[in-house]
Design a protein around this ligand. Structure first.
Ligand SMILES: C[S@@+](CC[C@H](N)C(=O)[O-])C[C@H]1O[C@@H](n2cnc3c(N)ncnc32)[C@H](O)[C@@H]1O
Length: 227
């Protein structure tokens, strides 16, 4: 089943340690739309290496996180010296943790796309419950991936439309549950009495470790809780 594939895929990456830095797009998106960080409660769902939470902590926020991989919880505890009870180890395809706090900002980067369709709805529902009125909710997911199959020896011979083709989404072992237009529109429509879209923007990243053969285009959607 897809959800078992997700769990085993990430468990295999339990020991992987990536060098990451915080997402400028996330911080710019929130700031431009009026978010404040000092003394605010911020929850990162699927925080991975924790680079964005660490940036929020630097900016004065109280940080909280949810993660499937125990090693990532250990890592963030070591790096932030925050109390253990701020972090929840759970598989969101099985259940959402019991979180008693209310949050000013909840965000999830490249993680919603590892939840099954049903659990994506549950995720929205639970986040709405623990988000304060006027709180910010950010989702981010890969919109598409472009592949460059013809490797050029000339590093400067790059033209996105010539070199890259939209040919597939991610490697065969990656159990990504792609959020296509229909799915995302259903989610947005279902929650539109609670969440209002403020902005939607893109950023681009390379996922390949040592070459420039893949470009991922990610969509960010920023919502505000209206009731
Ligand atoms: C692609 S990584 C993104 C990490 C981080 N948000 C970032 O942007 O760098 C996806 C993260 O979600 C976590 N994850 C995947 N499936 C999950 C699930 N079912 N429940 C909880 N966390 C999950 C993984 O362990 C991983 O850290």
């Amino acid at each position: 089943m897809k959800k078992d594939q997700v769990t085993s895929y990430w468990k295999k990456l339990e020991k992987e340690n990536l060098d990451m830095c915080a997402s400028p797009t996330l911080f710019r998106l929130l700031k431009i739309n009026g978010a404040k960080f000092i003394s605010k409660n911020v929850l990162d769902v699927g925080f991975g290496e924790g680079q964005n939470l660490i940036e929020f902590q630097k900016r004065g926020a109280n940080i909280f996180g949810i993660e499937l991989r125990k090693s990532k919880i250990k890592k963030i505890l070591k790096n932030t010296k925050i109390k253990k009870s701020n972090f929840f180890n759970c598989d969101l395809n099985i259940s959402f943790p019991r979180v008693k706090k209310k949050f000013d900002i909840i965000y999830t980067l490249d993680t919603l796309n590892y939840l099954t369709d049903k659990n994506q709805f549950i995720f929205f529902e639970k986040c709405c419950k623990i988000l304060k009125k006027n709180g910010f909710f950010v989702i981010h997911y890969p919109q598409t991936q472009l592949i460059n199959k013809r490797k050029s020896k000339d590093l400067f011979n790059y033209n996105i439309s010539n070199n890259y083709k939209k040919s597939y989404f991610f490697g065969k072992d990656n159990p990504i549950i792609f959020l296509n237009k229909n799915k995302i529109q259903k989610l947005i429509k279902f929650y539109n009495t609670k969440l209002k879209i403020l902005s939607s923007i893109f950023d681009i990243n390379t996922v390949s470790k040592s070459n420039s053969s893949k470009l991922t285009i990610n969509r960010f959607i920023l919502f505000k809780k209206i009731i």
